[in-house]
Unconditional design. Structure first.
Length: 386
């Protein structure tokens, strides 16, 4: 058996997913816009963003102060931005910002909306009325929820995220299935996510040591959202930016962002926070891709590339069966000749066999799976941008 000619290559299963760089950067890109999101989005070009994360007002409708059993005041969401006169007013507002989002979303783009029982059903229903197509709802189960102080209802321990495409026929949307599985120790990522609420050093505080914002979301939540449904260099829009959680994570993950926030104090904190974040290096942003998305490499390519030569021997991992490589990319074992798959199946008396994961070549006294050689070619193609 011949010694393989060594080829330098990237790991076989990791491919950078960069989309073409944004050539001349529009001024709204990677910026925080202060103002009403409906008006601000009207000034963005149509179909200009890849992903939207929206954390709209909840319309909590709190009647008076919420207190603990010791009568201390609970730091609940009672801000003006969360006040609406009626469900009708909330629905009209929801319809307006959803329509504005739909206009700027690319046909291949998707949108996430997070909410609680107070608003998420209304928002979801309006999304469907406007043509959005719900792909999943995710339950964010809070590891450390606020108790139900009055003891009159269940502890409200989760929020719901709706993930939707622009319409039912949407094609080419990003879902990094393999990456999420790898992230989750090789288990398929489920739709219930257990994550703590935003506390500790991540929570923005003002000079007096008070929370800057009542509903700052944890970065871990945005990490999953962006990792699962966007690619490096994608544009991520957040129409209700608050403290800039989505934009900070987008920047760290090498995505572009644009955020709209009507409160200038929140916007200032968001800008400072985003400026303090560093983009991860390119090689840290590559994700695992599905095998089917990788270019097809026939066995003959290994011969063309000089990795295996006609006359070389292939064998299985326990060296029970041996086959000779032929110049046309077929192999022969005794009287059986054909593809690596057909001969692999025949020598084992099986109906079918994946030859790539059955046959090995010898290199420096060790057996190397031919699938590994195929991976090297794929790595080189990816490095060349093919
Ligand atoms: C639920 S909070 C978002 C919190 C954010 N996800 C974070 O992690 O900090 C909603 C934000 O939307 C802002 N807001 C409300 N109405 C708005 C509007 N019409 N246009 C832009 N921002 C708005 C509020 O000021 C508030 O900061």
């Amino acid at each position: 058996m011949s010694v393989l000619r060594q080829r330098t290559a990237a790991p076989s299963s990791e491919v950078s997913l960069h989309s073409p760089a944004v050539s001349s950067k529009p001024e709204w890109l990677d910026s925080v816009i202060v103002g009403d999101c409906v008006a601000a989005l009207e000034r963005l070009p149509k179909a200009s963003v890849d992903l939207i994360f929206a954390d709209p007002p909840y319309n909590l409708q709190l009647g008076g102060d919420l207190t603990r059993p010791d009568q201390s005041k609970v730091d609940a969401v009672d801000d003006d931005w969360d006040r609406f006169d009626s469900f009708e007013a909330y629905d009209a507002f929801t319809r307006a910002w959803l329509l504005a989002c739909r206009r700027v979303l690319k046909p291949t783009g998707t949108m996430w909306v997070i909410g609680s029982y107070h608003n998420i059903f209304r928002v979801g229903s309006i999304m469907q009325d406007l043509g959005f197509w719900v792909l999943n709802d995710i339950i964010w189960r809070k590891a450390n929820p606020m108790p139900n102080f009055k003891g009159k209802r269940f502890t409200n321990a989760h929020e719901t995220l709706i993930w939707a495409s622009r319409d039912r026929e949407a094609k080419g949307i990003t879902f990094n299935y393999e990456a999420m599985k790898a992230f989750n120790d090789d288990l398929q990522m489920r739709s219930d996510w257990l994550l703590p609420i935003c506390t500790g050093g991540e929570r923005l505080k003002n000079a007096e040591g008070d929370k800057v914002h009542p509903t700052q979301k944890p970065e871990a939540l945005l990490w999953r959202v962006l990792m699962s449904s966007s690619k490096p260099d994608d544009v991520v829009l957040d129409p209700f930016l608050g403290t800039g959680t989505s934009a900070a994570v987008a920047k760290r993950l090498g995505r572009h962002f644009v955020g709209v926030e009507r409160d200038s104090t929140y916007a200032d904190f968001a800008r400072a926070r985003i400026a303090s974040v560093e983009r991860a290096p390119d090689d840290g942003l590559a994700v695992v891709t599905p095998k089917r998305a990788e270019p097809r490499i026939p066995f003959g390519s290994l011969i063309e590339a000089g990795m295996i030569r006609p006359g070389d021997k292939l064998c299985d991992a326990r060296r029970r069966h041996v086959a000779t490589v032929r110049a046309d990319g077929s192999i022969a074992s005794g009287a059986i000749a054909g593809s690596i798959h057909k001969v692999g199946a025949s020598v084992q008396g099986l109906e079918a066999c994946n030859g790539w994961t059955y046959w090995h070549v010898e290199s420096g006294g060790a057996l190397v799976l031919i699938d590994e050689l195929r991976g090297r070619i794929r790595g080189e193609l990816a490095a060349a941008g093919a």
